[in-house]
Design a protein around this ligand. Structure first.
Ligand code: FEO
Length: 424
């Protein structure tokens, strides 16, 4: 995307100039009397390390106007001035005394070195792993004070308590909890990639929230589902009362806190529904024809089918659909003795997300060698998918007999999903 000369000029201006000139445009949003959102809106991002972000995202940072003014997290590098302008709409950034980094990933710390230079905070805090990771990423010379699980920090007239949330989704992650206002700053957790002019979830359509929160969970947090189950048990056991949940992406939850937490409990279990995802690509429509026969067979057993050609669907769409699916059926042509590239791509991505409780099957067409089924099968085995049968292979164009085999494969998978979900 072309960057306008005006925008380039703005980027060249000093922090001080921006703070003076832009704070009427980029304003902080009041969350409570003492807490302001001072993040940035990324309307245009469409690829977030492999996750297609159709609705953009936000990078949330929060300013606590306690006696010792505290900034929780920062933003991606290119949004530094937007964040500083929003801070300047409330206070002079140099009045910030404490910086807290809840999560070291660059979308929240890319601007941290420049913010430290601009703000010159008295103290900087992160978890033990956070302090280590920040040094590894940014090679900071500043002292970063490590916090351990359960530590509290006096920020003047208010108190922050920290809870380590390791592997949610990095080893460094921690929650910061503003005790006095019952606000949980939850880094990536309970967030979503959604750029909106609204800052609060209760201002946004529920269907959009549900879809984007689930897509985010499936694409970012799913590998750590067992950790999330334990975390939610801990939240319950310590009786952490949250009037507001303020994540690092997407809207702030000031109502619906219970709903998003319940959704996390449910999604983390990955309980399979009577639903199958058929993922395939095709060269000359042979594998496509087979996929249609498989889907017909699945549907005949009462299973809901998501029929996903990788010619048009994104890997993150597949991840979303798998969140509550009972089956993953994969088809690929053999191309140059290998998998079709889009299928290798989506399976590599999905394997990393570690989906659980899936029934599987394989199919595909070939010209003379037919290795694709074996490669898919190996990947599904690695993913601990329960694979039904040996799969169906078609040499060149499938005839009626091969399509009947594909239909029967769909029926066999559907019946196994029905059996498993009914007995669950
Ligand atoms: Fe939004 Fe893991 O960073």
């Amino acid at each position: 995307m072309a960057v306008s000369p005006a925008y380039q000029g703005w980027r060249r201006q000093s922090t001080k100039e921006v703070a003076k000139g832009m704070n009427k445009i980029f304003q902080a949003v009041k969350v409570t009397d003492h807490v302001y959102w001072v993040g940035a809106i990324d309307w245009n991002i469409r690829d977030f390390h492999g996750y297609t972000t159709k609705r953009g995202t936000t990078y949330n940072a929060y300013l606590i106007l306690s006696d010792r003014i505290t900034l929780i997290d920062t933003v991606r590098t290119s949004f530094k001035k937007e964040m500083l302008a929003r801070i300047s709409s409330v206070v002079d950034p140099t009045e910030i005394q404490y910086l807290v980094s809840d999560h070291s990933e660059m979308d929240h710390t890319g601007s941290l070195p420049d913010v430290i230079d601009a703000v010159k905070p008295e103290r900087i805090f992160a978890s033990i792993m956070g302090a280590k990771t920040l040094r590894e990423i940014h090679h900071l010379e500043h002292d970063i004070e490590p916090l351990i699980d359960g530590d509290s920090l006096d920020v003047g007239n208010m108190k922050l308590t920290f809870y380590e949330t390791r592997m949610l989704h990095w080893p460094d992650s921690m929650f910061s909890y503003l005790v006095d206002e019952k606000i949980l700053f939850s880094h990536d957790a309970f967030g979503m990639h959604l750029a909106t002019s609204e800052r609060f979830a209760d201002e946004i359509n529920d269907a959009v929230l549900d879809h984007e929160a689930a897509t985010y969970f499936a694409n970012i947090l799913l590998p750590y589902a067992p950790v999330i189950t334990k975390l939610m048990e801990r939240v319950d056991s310590i009786g952490l009362a949250c009037d507001i949940v303020a994540p690092d992406h997407g809207p702030i939850w000031r109502s619906g806190v219970g709903t998003i937490m319940d959704n996390y409990r449910t999604w983390a279990l990955q309980k399979p529904m009577r639903k199958a995802v058929v993922v395939y690509d095709t060269m000359w429509h042979s594998t496509e024809l087979m996929a249609k026969a498989v889907s017909e067979g699945l549907a005949s057993t009462g299973i809901s089918v998501k029929h996903m050609s990788m010619h048009g669907n994104r890997r993150s769409d597949v991840a979303y659909e798998l969140l509550d699916a009972g089956a993953l059926v994969v088809g690929s042509p053999t191309l140059n003795n290998n998998l079709f590239p889009t299928i290798a791509d989506v399976l590599t991505y999905i394997k990393g997300l570690r989906p659980r409780n899936l029934i599987g099957a394989v199919f595909g067409s070939y010209g003379w060698s037919g290795e694709s089924l074996r490669y898919i099968r190996d990947l599904l085995d690695d993913m601990k998918v329960e694979v039904i049968g040996d799969g169906v292979a078609a040499r060149q164009v499938p005839d009626a007999g091969v399509l009947e085999e594909c239909y029967a494969l769909g029926v066999a998978v559907g019946e196994r999903v029905n059996e498993k979900t009914i007995n669950a």
